[in-house]
Every structure is written in C-alpha cells, then in structure tokens.
Design a binder for this molecule. Structure first.
Ligand SMILES: Nc1nc2c(c(=O)[nH]1)N[C@H]1C(S)=C(S)[C@@H](COP(=O)(O)O)O[C@H]1N2
Ligand SMILES: [Mo]
Length: 201
C-alpha cells in the first residue's frame, strides 16, 4: 500500500498530517454504493426537522457569496490529501437563510443515493465548513460528489457528504450511515476517533 501512491509525510508536513495517516498525491474516490447523477437544474436542497422547512435551488445557493477554499482531507481508511482546492459557499452564509429552532443541537446531512452522516451543531456551524461545487477550478465531478457536496475539514472525510441534498436539524444525536456501522460519532482525526466504542473498538 505504501510506495508508489502513498508516502510517509515529510518532516515539515508532519504537523499537518494526523496520526496514522499517509499522504496521497492523487485523489482517491471513496463511495459506498452507486454514484448518483444529478444536474444543477434538478438539484434541490431541503431543510427540515428543528428548522423552518424550506427548499433551495441551485440559483438560491449561487446568489450567496462564493469563495475559494484550500483544505486538508483525511479519510479514515488512512489516506490524507493536503491543500485541496475548492470553490463553494460557506455553511455559515447558507445558514443565514435557515430559521433554526433553538432546540436544535445536532444535524444529519442527507444525500442523493441515501447516504447520511451526523454532526453536532457546533461542528457543523464552524466558519471553515463549506458546500463545494468546484474542485481544482473544474465543476465537481459526480464521483467526487458533484454537483454539490459538503466539506468539513476538521473531521474525517466521511462527514463531508457527497451529492448533498438536505439538512435535518435534531434535538439529540442520531447516527448516520457509517456511524451506525461502527464508525465514531464525531470522527476527529487528531484524536484518531475512527471507530465507536459502542462496538467495543
Ligand atoms: N454521499 C456520500 N458521501 C460520502 C461518501 C459516500 O459513500 N456517499 N463517502 C465518504 C467518505 S468515507 C469519504 S473518505 C469521502 C470521499 O470523498 P471522495 O470520493 O471525493 O474522495 O466522501 C464521504 N462522503
Ligand atoms: Mo472515508
């Protein structure tokens, strides 16, 4: 597994690479199940649960401020990619459009294809999180989650939902797809929160 595609971090990058991770220069695709194909015309983004129910279109999101983002990407299967270049919309900007119930403490990200992943609201509302629709200056490909995905740089990448199509706000923690299947509920890479102790791991 090491060798051609994966390398041990250089000394000077060591402080960028969480414990137990190896650097990759490519960008592997990690998808459970089929890759949905969704056009920007058909794309819809819904909000429900402990927030006023609402439905947003592609143009609603394009009307928000757009930014370039550079973020490190850490997959729990032990590859990391540094300085990935994206374009998108800050979660905190999108959330200006959402009427959140103060009782909400947790959020479930929903996706075309049925994938889900959960986050404490405090992890979700961080300034550096975003919704991405370009990678390296190109429209985000379907395999990497296009037309739109979330990026939550401070947690393992299974929290970065590809083909995102909704946010469900919750009064308590509920578990998403990988979290129900043994992954850690929070997934902080510097603490190596890989697997849940609910499963004895
Ligand atoms: N909808 C959806 N989002 C997903 C996944 C998935 O299978 N389906 N895989 C997750 C995992 S485990 C990782 S590491 C990243 C991989 O993103 P990439 O395929 O762009 O590298 O997406 C995350 N988001
Ligand atoms: Mo992953």
């Amino acid at each position: 597994m090491l060798g051609k595609f994966f390398q041990k971090p250089d000394e000077d990058l060591g402080d960028r690479v969480p414990p137990g991770q190896y650097l990759t220069k490519g960008f592997p695709v990690l998808t459970y199940g089929d890759t949905p194909t969704v056009s920007t015309d058909d794309w819809e983004f819904r909000v429900w649960g402990l927030a006023k129910e609402a439905k947003f279109t592609w143009s609603d999101l394009m009307a928000l401020p757009q930014h370039e983002f550079t973020a490190d990407f850490h997959c729990v299967t032990r590859w990391s990619k540094l300085d990935v270049k994206w374009r998108g919309i800050k979660i905190v900007d999108f959330m200006q459009l959402v009427e959140l119930d103060p009782a909400a403490v947790h959020v479930m990200e929903h996706c075309y294809g049925g994938y889900t992943t959960n986050l404490p609201l405090a992890d979700f509302l961080r300034e550096e999180n975003f919704l991405a629709y370009e990678l390296d200056g190109e429209p985000l490909s379907a395999e990497h989650g296009g037309p739109m995905r979330s990026i939550v740089p401070h947690l393992y990448a299974w929290k970065s939902a590809k083909w995102i199509n909704g946010l469900e706000f919750l009064a308590q923690e509920e578990l998403g797809f990988w979290e129900r299947n043994g992954y850690h509920s929070r997934g902080e890479p510097w603490a190596e929160e890989r697997y849940s102790d609910r499963f004895g791991g």
